[in-house]
Design a binder for this molecule. Structure first.
Ligand code: NCD
Length: 313
């Protein structure tokens, strides 16, 4: 098996790449982390277009930094108001044109399914950087590589997802992806109103016989977890601001709650954090969310290099 199978492919959903292909990407990523000069300049002459129809800090900047570190260049927009979308241009037309200017497109869009549609009009690979409350596969690559680097692998882990599991696309993609590894247990911690959608629990977890439970009490289960994945309540997806205000502080991870967790548990968060992790937790050696954001750039370097066909392994 070679990483060449990823060449020229789009990444729209978390299962688009096989577990073996992911393993090759993680290997590439780990070489990028340890060998400073590895793949530098390999994308010279190539152009990444980043089209962000929704706000972003880490995803957009880590993609752009990744391409620049590979020696390539970046074009794009960080908000749709500065693009012709604000004049009423269709996504199909935007993608048709931008794909004639670039070698790979990274897109974030508030509509579920937008990335898939874009890939049908694009002449170049499209990477989904978030489609509404649906999926965010490159955050999942980031999460997986962080778990692999810090915990050594995915088998036999108990992973807790806490917060907004209804609208949190990073939760949907990570749960779907982890369901492909042996002996994974998942614990979903949320208020009743923010439970994970059935296209994750019924269509993926139950179908694959993944052991999972749902609860609204973090304190009750924190001691069982190997990974705690905290999430922000997704204000922008609520139809009702009052409902958001009522639910926004459902869970706040504090040093006190961390006392009940295993010594080797790691805390992840896709960021941005609002209130859900007390800043005092940052000093706890188990807090891995800033490391996770850093790894996000390295795994995106590996992904671009593999899609562009410049990764030789
Ligand atoms: C996440 C997203 O956009 O879904 N952010 C990110 O890409 N790191 C999580 C969030 O916005 O809460």
């Amino acid at each position: 098996m070679s990483i060449k199978t990823i060449l020229g492919r789009s990444l729209i959903s978390p299962a688009d790449f096989s577990v073996d292909e992911l393993e090759l990407l993680f290997k590439l990523c780990s070489r990028i982390i340890t060998e400073d000069s590895y793949l530098r300049e390999s994308c010279r002459g190539k152009i990444l277009a980043s089209l962000f129809f929704e706000p972003s800090t880490r995803t957009r900047l880590s993609f752009e930094a990744a391409m620049l570190r590979l020696g390539g260049s970046c074009i794009g927009f960080a908000e749709p108001g500065s693009s012709s979308a604000s004049k009423g241009e269709s996504l199909a037309d935007t993608i048709t044109v931008v794909s004639s200017y670039s070698d790979v497109i990274v897109m974030r869009n508030p509509k579920e399914g937008a990335a898939l549609l874009a890939s049908q009009y694009s002449r170049v690979p499209v990477i989904n950087a978030g489609d509404g409350g649906h999926h965010h596969p490159t955050q999942t690559l980031t999460d997986l590589v962080t778990i692999k680097q810090l915990r050594g692998g995915f088998d036999n882990l108990t992973v807790g997802f806490c917060g907004d599991l209804k609208f949190g696309r990073t939760v949907h993609s990570l749960a779907a992806s982890l369901s492909r590894y042996p002996n994974i247990r998942m614990i979903f911690i949320s208020p009743d109103e923010l439970k994970a959608p059935s296209y994750i629990t019924n269509d993926i977890l139950k179908k694959n016989n993944i052991e999972y439970i749902e609860t609204d009490r973090l304190e009750k289960v924190i001691g069982d977890l190997d990974v705690l994945y905290m999430t922000r309540v997704q204000r922008e997806r609520f139809l009702n601001e009052e409902e958001y205000l009522r639910l926004k502080d459902s869970y706040i991870l504090t040093p006190d709650k961390m006392k009940k967790a295993k010594e080797e548990m790691i805390v992840l968060h896709p960021l941005p954090r609002v209130n859900e992790i007390d800043i005092e937790v940052d000093a706890d050696p188990r807090a891995a969310y800033f490391k996770q954001a850093e790894y996000g750039m390295y795994i995106r370097m590996a992904l671009i290099a593999a899609i562009a066909g410049v990764a030789g392994c």
